[in-house]
Every structure is written in structure tokens, then in C-alpha cells.
Design a protein around this ligand. Structure first.
Ligand SMILES: Cc1cc2nc3c(=O)[nH]c(=O)nc-3n(C[C@H](O)[C@H](O)[C@H](O)COP(=O)(O)OP(=O)(O)OC[C@H]3O[C@@H](n4cnc5c(N)ncnc54)[C@H](O)[C@@H]3O)c2cc1C
Ligand code: SF4
Length: 332
């Protein structure tokens, strides 16, 4: 394990100041929340900060539901949010995405904020034995392009990185038009979660729009009837305790037997949680008849680019969309 000093600031302002001094990504000082991802990366020498700034006790952990929608304090754990009765009833997509993530032990410890900021599961990123990884060592190349890339992205890739974003929660939240409240030494701001993660382009090591020192303080999800009629479909290599090969988060507003509005995001296929507006537009006014669902789902494959081992994901993600829409549509 890489050695580090643990700071436990008395308040958030002190934490923000400590972390801001250290600069941007993979800095000499980093935040730690539940530690379930950070500690793994320290153990493997993937991340080597000199100091860890603990967020324990500094951020809100309340789960609040009102007429405007849902507000999640980022210190709430995955287990707390997944089991919250109002979340289960009004935002089943969120609960399902969380319950399909990790293990009960991890969910008891891991926070909402840490979940959105967990690092990719690209095996080359997580094994320092591989020299070429632009995300871990900028400018070193990408071992996955031309290497084993079965788990990698087919959407939003660049010639510098094809790693997927691994968060199931983020996929569900993007489908539901969630926003993140960000707090830094200079104040607070809010932005749609869909704009929070960056495409890799030529700088895959810069993964989000967070400025140095900023934290995610809360997640907000607007109220909608679609959120109740929603489903998270996760396809993975084994039935539990596994990341998504492909996932589809679907929320539907129905008009009788027809879809009035669909909101769909994909996981396991994009370099960030991937919303599919063209598919959503094609589904507006459609019935749940398989042929029209398949036609709409095919639009998700526009601009998809496989690298060999992961070509199968292009077909699989279309099938996942069709199945998830069928399941959500059948919900009362
Ligand atoms: C065995 C295993 C299986 C897993 N399976 C899945 C899965 O199937 N699906 C899935 O989605 N996830 C899965 N995960 C990942 C898991 O969800 C994350 O490890 C967890 O959510 C991270 O939360 P944490 O609070 O422990 O974050 P930490 O490990 O403490 O931090 C993670 C990162 O977030 C930063 N950070 C934390 N909170 C904030 C904040 N509020 N503001 C700014 N930065 C912050 C930290 O600096 C760090 O970079 C798995 C993890 C393990 C260990
Ligand atoms: S896909 Fe991205 S994370 Fe994986 S080896 Fe290439 S640069 Fe590194």
C-alpha cells in the first residue's frame, strides 16, 4: 500500500482549502469518503497521494423527497439510498441500479459522491505492471487499443482512451435528468449530471468538470411520472458482484398503450454514462410492439465503434434497450 497521511479536517471549508492547494486530478492530496475504491487503488499503487483528506462527517447524508423531487446528500451510502422506501416507490430505477451494484458490504460503506467519482475498471489502468495507460500516466499510450478490450467502450471513445465509466448509479441518474450540487472554496454551483463527466478526447486523465478542491455536495432528481415507471437492466458476466457488460436505464411516461416520453441511458458501453436522445425521440408516440422498439434501439448504434473484442456490445446494447423498455412499459 502506498503510504499517506490522513487529514481529518474539522469542517468542510478546511477540507476544501486543503484539497484545492493540491491541484487537479491524481494530485498529492485527494479526498476519501467511504474508501471502497480509493483504498483498492492505493493498495495497487495506482494512486499515490501524499495526503488523504477525509470527508467523513463533513457532508450531508440526508435523503429528502418533496414535490420538486429527490435530494440525496452525497454522504448517504448506497445501501441507505437503495433501501429508502420513498426511493423504492418513486424512483425504482435508482434503487435497482444500486442493488445491482457491488456487494452488501461495499454498499454499506460506499457513498453517493464516491460512486459518481469511482475510477474505471479498465484492467490496464488498475495494474501498474502495464506501462501504457494515458489515464494513469498521461502520454504513455493505451494498452487496451490493440490489447484485450472486451470490457471497453464503443461510444465516446478517442484514440487515447476507450475505458468505460463503471458507475451503475450514474447511468440511472442521467436517465432521470439528475443534477449535481458542487461546492468549492469559491461557492456553489449546480449542473446536469450528463455534463459532469468528460469525454476522454486527448486528456483521459481529466475525467470530470470538477475544479481543484471542489466536492459534490448533493444530487437532485426532478419529480416525474416517468421515474415511477422505470427499470434498470444490467447484463454482466455473472449474476451478482460484477460490473456491467452493458446496462440500460429506462424511464417511461405512457399514454395508454403508447409511449409519450422515454428517457434512456446506457452503461458499460460509453466512456461516460450515455444518454441516447435519438432513441428517445424515435420512441415518442411508439407502441411497445417489438418491431418499433427494435427500430428505435438501432439508433443507439449510430457512431458506435468497436475495437474487436467488444464489437458484440453494439448489438447487445440494442437488445438491452428493447428488453428494458418492455419491462418498464409493463409496470403499472
Ligand atoms: C468489489 C467491488 C465491486 C463493485 N461493484 C460495483 C458495481 O457493480 N457497480 C458500481 O457502480 N460500482 C461498483 N463498485 C464501486 C463502488 O460503487 C465504489 O467503490 C464506491 O461507490 C465508491 O464510494 P466511496 O464512498 O467508497 O468512495 P471513495 O473510494 O472514498 O472515493 C472514490 C473517489 O471519489 C472521490 N470522492 C468521494 N466523495 C467525493 C465527494 N463528495 N466530492 C468529490 N470527490 C469525492 C475520492 O477522492 C475518490 O477519488 C464496486 C466496488 C468494489 C470494491
Ligand atoms: S482504455 Fe483508458 S484507462 Fe484503459 S489503458 Fe487505455 S488509456 Fe488506460
Amino acid at each position: 500500500m502506498h503510504p499517506f497521511t490522513l487529514d481529518r479536517p474539522r469542517d468542510l471549508a478546511a477540507a476544501l482549502a486543503l484539497r484545492a492547494q493540491a491541484g487537479r486530478n491524481d494530485a498529492p492530496a485527494e479526498y476519501i469518503a467511504g474508501g471502497t475504491d480509493m483504498v483498492q487503488l492505493l493498495q495497487e499503487y495506482v494512486r499515490q497521494p501524499e495526503r488523504l483528506v477525509s470527508l467523513a462527517g463533513l457532508l450531508d447524508n440526508r435523503i429528502e423527497i418533496g414535490p420538486q423531487g429527490l435530494r440525496l446528500g452525497v454522504a448517504a451510502t448506497m445501501a441507505e439510498v437503495a433501501a429508502d422506501p420513498a426511493v423504492v416507490e418513486q424512483f425504482p430505477l435508482i434503487s435497482e441500479a444500486l442493488l445491482n451494484s457491488a456487494s452488501p458490504q461495499v454498499r454499506n460503506q460506499a457513498t453517493m459522491g464516491g460512486n459518481l467519482l469511482q475510477r474505471t475498471r479498465c484492467p490496464y489502468f488498475r495494474d501498474v505492471g502495464y506501462a501504457a495507460c494515458n489515464k494513469r500516466a498521461p502520454g504513455s499510450g493505451c494498452a487496451a487499443i490493440g490489447g484485450e478490450n472486451r470490457w471497453h467502450a464503443v461510444l465516446g471513445t478517442s484514440d487515447d482512451c476507450i475505458a468505460t465509466n463503471p458507475s451503475d448509479l450514474a447511468v440511472a441518474l442521467v436517465a432521470l435528468d439528475a443534477a449535481v450540487e458542487i461546492r468549492g472554496a469559491g461557492g456553489s454551483r449546480s449542473l446536469p449530471l450528463v455534463d459532469f463527466h468528460r469525454l476522454p478526447a486527448a486528456t483521459p486523465h481529466i475525467e470530470t468538470v470538477l475544479e481543484p478542491g471542489e466536492v459534490i455536495a448533493a444530487i437532485t432528481v426532478p419529480a416525474s411520472s416517468a421515474a415511477r415507471r422505470s427499470h434498470y437492466l444490467k447484463v454482466r458476466d455473472r449474476a451478482s458482484f460484477e460490473f456491467a457488460v452493458v446496462s440500460a436505464a429506462v424511464a417511461l411516461e405512457m399514454d395508454g398503450a403508447r409511449i409519450r416520453q422515454a428517457r434512456i441511458a446506457l452503461g458499460g458501453v460509453g466512456t461516460k454514462p450515455w444518454r441516447v436522445p435519438r432513441v428517445e425521440a424515435a420512441l415518442a408516440g411508439a407502441s411497445l410492439e417489438p418491431q418499433s422498439l427494435r427500430q428505435a434501439a438501432a439508433l443507439a448504434a449510430e457512431n458506435a465503434h468497436g475495437r474487436g473484442h467488444n464489437d458484440f456490445k453494439i448489438e447487445l446494447m440494442q437488445r438491452a434497450i428493447v428488453r428494458a423498455v418492455e419491462i418498464a412499459g409493463a409496470r403499472a
